[in-house]
Design a protein around this ligand. Structure first.
Ligand code: DHB
Ligand code: FE
Length: 284
């Protein structure tokens, strides 16, 4: 597809905010820790104000823009693009198993359950390059994790996510599924390769991105959440080696360990195939 004619996923920010409201949020941060975090955040801000000699006009522009981010429902989008990668890095630094990446704003729990060998829910005429993905879920000791869940969600060949692209007629659970591994921890999923994704350009996040002269793209990616009893849940994204924007991700969420290199299918089937598995850390 040509990225320039991709319409912004209208209202996707507002949908993401709606969904997030259903998430149970509980941080239990004690007052001393909270006070230190707020103080350090403000000190960082003061440092920027002094270094760049921020003007009153700029201060008011920021105020107006912050109000608009909220009005557009874009806090989940903005935070997940510009901040989440750092939280992800810090909170998974102790792990021995597979590398993870950000969740982003478009995860929806409860996607239809699928057997270990399955085709993702998709439209009969779903566009794109078919992708056969084989893998295994194991523990850090190499024990196969049968009955593990691999929740997979990703954009379609136009860069749109089901449930977040209003008015595009995408079925509710399109390209979203919960695969359950077999007794050897294996799975084999047929899906369609996603296209690169452009953050919505019709809201405050897009406005900031354009004003700063930045590229609004994320490289094509598959999102996963992998879980098994007694193990830390792994949230990751897989990218495509050599794909556009893998070196210029607006969300700074690409890691070398997360690059797939699909090859033509060996069984004569259409599209490509790739093998990529996951190693889960034990719960501490
Ligand atoms: C955003 C969208 C994504 O698909 C993603 O993986 C991360 C962030 C966003 O628009 O904020
Ligand atoms: Fe995404």
């Amino acid at each position: 597809m040509s990225h320039t004619d991709a319409p912004a996923a209208a209202a996707s920010g507002a949908r993401a905010t709606d969904k997030f409201r259903h998430k149970e949020v509980r941080a239990d941060t004690p007052p001393e820790r909270l006070s230190a975090i707020i103080n350090d955040t403000l000190q960082g801000l003061f440092e920027v104000i002094r270094r760049h000699k921020i003007t009153y006009a700029e201060y008011d522009a920021v105020k107006a823009w912050l109000i608009k981010v909220g009005e557009d429902g874009e806090w989940p989008l903005w935070l997940d693009v510009f901040v989440e990668h750092e939280v992800e890095e810090v909170s998974t630094a102790h792990r021995q198993g597979s590398k993870g990446s950000i969740e982003g704003p478009y995860y929806v729990p409860g996607a239809p359950e699928l057997p270990a060998r399955a085709r993702m829910p998709m439209r009969p005429d779903e566009k794109g390059t078919p992708l056969l993905w084989k893998g295994q879920v194991t523990s850090v000791e190499g024990t196969p994790l049968g009955g593990a869940q691999v929740e997979l969600w990703h954009a379609d060949d136009d860069g749109y996510y089901s449930q977040f692209a209003e008015g595009m007629g995408i079925p509710e659970w399109n390209l979203r599924g919960t695969i359950v591994t077999d007794e050897e921890g294996r799975f084999e999923i047929q899906t369609m390769q996603p296209a690169p994704y452009a953050i919505p350009m019709d809201g405050a996040t897009g406005q900031m991105t354009v004003a700063a002269g930045w590229s609004p793209f994320r490289p094509a990616h598959l999102h996963v959440k992998v879980s098994a009893p007694g193990h830390e849940q792994l949230t990751a994204q897989l990218y495509f080696r050599g794909g556009e924007y893998t070196d210029d991700d607006i969300a700074s969420a690409v890691k070398p360990e997360l690059l797939l290199d699909p090859q033509p299918r060996t069984d004569g089937g259409a599209g490509k195939e790739v093998t990529y598995g996951f190693v889960l850390d034990p719960v501490a």
